[in-house]
Design a protein around this ligand. Structure first.
Ligand code: LMR
Ligand code: MN
Length: 425
C-alpha cells in the first residue's frame, strides 16, 4: 500500500522502517523521535507512525496531554487524505474518532465526518454518524441541520428517521410528527434503527399524546424484543438479573435500619426540608402534565451537593449511616415538594439498579402514587419503597403542598464490585 510523501532517499526510508520496528516493540518514545525527524516532514507514513506511537504512549501512561498530541498528529495526517487509499483513510479516521470520543470532545469529530462525507458522498452512514456526534455533544441544533439534509437525499433512511423523531420530540415537542417518524424507523421491528431508546421515545411520545393503547403496544413490542425488562419496566440502564417488582416491603431488603431511623426522626427531617425552601428548584424534565413540582438535592450520584448537609444535618446523618444510600451513584437523595393540583404523568426512571425510598413528611392527604398497577398513598412519618424503573405516576388532589424525602438505595442484589464499578447515572 502506497503512502504519499514517501522519502526517496534510502536513508530516510530506513529511518521509517526503524520507527515502525520501535513502535512494534513498544518503544513508542523512540518511535516518536525517529518519525519526528524534520526531513520526514512531508511523509504521511512518518505522521502515521508518530500518531500511533503517541497514541500508544498516551494509553500506556494514561496521559491526556500525549493523547492530545496524538490526535493532533492524526489530524495533520488527515490533511493528506487525498493521497490515502480508502482502506487506509478509514482505518485512520476510525481510530481518530475513537480517540476523540474517548477524550469527550465530540464536536472535534465534525471535520472528520465532513471529510468522509466528501469522500463517500453516497454513504448515508457518515451523515448519520455526524448527526450522532452532534447529539453526543448536546448540539441537537446542529444535528437537525444534518438530519434534514440526510432525509432530503435518503427519505427512507431509518437511522435518520429515528434520530429526527428524537430531535422533534425532545427539542420541539412536535410529538405527532415524531411518532410518525419513529413508526417508519421501527417498521416491522427490524432494521438498523431498532434500538431500545427509540422504542422508549416512541412509547413516551404516545403517552404524552394520551394515546395509551398504542403506547402499550409499543411497550409490549419493545419488551418482546428484549429492549425493556417488561412492558412496564422500561429503564434503559439495567443489570439484567436483578429481582423486579414495582413495590417493595422494607423487610425484603437490608434497609430496615435506614427506614426505622428515617421514621424515628421524621419531624426533624420535615423541619430541615422546610427551612431550606428557598433553595428548591423547579422540576425541568417535563414530567408534569400540570401543576408545580420542585426539589432540593442533597446527594447526587453518590456525592453530597457541596454545602447542602449543613442545611440538613440530621437528614444527612441518617442517610450517611447507610452507605447503600449515601454512595448510590445511580440515584439521588432529595426533598420533593408537589403543589396541590399537580399531575406527574406516567414515566420511568433510567435504571433498575436502585430502589426508591420515600419518607412522607407533610400534607399527604389526597396524594397518590401509582407504580405499575398498584396505587398507594404517602403517610406522614412512614416510608414507602418502590422501584422507579417501573412506570409510575403521581396525583396531588389535596389542598396543601406535599413534602417527601426521597432516598435512593442500591438494589440489594448488586454486588459490592458492581456498586463500585457501575457508571454513575
Ligand atoms: C417520582 O419520582 O416520580 C415522584 O414519585 C416524585 C415525588 O415527589 O413523588
Ligand atoms: Mn419518577
Amino acid at each position: 500500500d502506497w503512502w504519499p510523501g514517501e522519502p526517496s532517499e534510502p536513508q530516510w526510508r530506513r529511518q521509517l522502517d526503524h520507527a515502525e520496528n520501535q513502535l512494534h516493540q513498544g518503544a513508542w518514545a523512540a518511535a516518536v523521535d525517529a518519525a519526528g525527524a524534520p526531513e520526514l516532514h512531508n511523509s504521511a507514513r512518518a505522521l502515521w507512525l508518530m500518531a500511533r506511537a503517541l497514541d500508544a504512549g498516551a494509553e500506556a501512561r494514561r496521559d491526556n496531554r500525549m493523547l492530545a498530541r496524538a490526535i493532533a498528529a492524526y489530524f495533520r495526517l488527515l490533511k493528506m487524505a487525498d493521497g490515502l487509499s480508502d482502506a487506509r483513510l478509514l482505518s485512520i479516521t476510525n481510530r481518530t474518532i475513537d480517540r476523540v470520543y474517548f477524550q469527550g470532545t465530540y464536536l472535534s469529530a465534525e471535520p472528520i465526518y465532513r471529510l468522509l462525507i466528501r469522500r463517500f458522498p453516497n454513504e448515508p452512514a457518515y451523515h448519520n454518524n455526524l448527526t450522532i456526534s452532534f447529539l453526543m455533544a448536546n448540539r441537537a441544533d446542529l444535528a437537525e441541520g444534518v438530519l434534514k439534509e440526510t432525509l432530503r437525499r435518503w427519505p427512507d433512511d431509518q437511522v435518520a428517521l429515528a434520530h429526527y423523531g428524537f430531535v422533534l420530540k425532545t427539542q420541539h415537542n412536535r410529538l405527532e410528527e415524531a411518532v410518525d417518524l419513529f413508526e417508519k424507523a421501527l417498521k416491522d421491528d427490524s432494521g438498523p434503527a431498532c434500538e431500545a431508546r427509540f422504542y422508549y421515545h416512541l412509547g413516551d411520545a404516545l403517552l404524552l399524546l394520551g394515546r395509551f393503547p398504542e403506547a402499550h403496544m409499543v411497550h409490549k413490542r419493545g419488551a418482546a424484543l428484549g429492549h425493556f425488562l417488561s412492558p412496564s419496566q422500561r429503564s434503559l440502564y439495567n443489570v439484567p438479573r436483578l429481582k423486579s417488582q414495582p413495590w417493595w416491603d422494607v423487610s425484603q431488603t437490608p434497609y430496615s435500619n435506614l427506614a426505622r431511623a428515617l421514621e424515628a426522626s421524621w419531624r426533624k427531617i420535615l423541619q430541615e426540608g422546610e427551612a431550606a425552601r428557598a433553595l428548591y428548584e423547579q422540576e425541568k424534565e417535563g414530567l408534569r402534565e400540570k401543576g408545580e413540582w420542585s426539589q432540593l438535592d442533597l446527594f447526587v450520584r453518590g456525592q453530597e451537593v457541596p454545602g447542602r448537609c449543613k442545611r440538613a444535618p440530621v437528614t444527612c446523618g441518617i442517610v450517611r449511616a447507610e452507605p447503600a444510600a449515601a454512595s448510590c451513584r445511580r440515584g439521588q437523595i432529595k426533598f420533593s415538594l408537589i403543589e396541590p393540583g399537580t399531575h406527574v404523568r406516567p414515566h420511568v426512571g433510567p435504571t433498575n439498579c436502585r430502589l426508591r425510598m420515600h419518607l412522607g413528611l407533610s400534607n399527604t392527604t389526597g396524594t397518590y402514587l401509582r407504580v405499575d398497577r398498584e396505587t398507594r398513598q404517602w403517610r406522614e412519618g412512614k416510608v414507602l419503597l418502590f422501584d422507579d424503573s417501573f412506570e409510575h405516576e403521581v396525583w396531588h388532589n389535596g389542598t396543601r403542598p406535599r413534602l417527601v424525602l426521597i432516598v435512593d438505595v442500591w438494589h440489594p442484589a448488586l454486588t459490592p464490585a458492581e456498586r463500585r464499578s457501575l457508571p454513575a447515572i
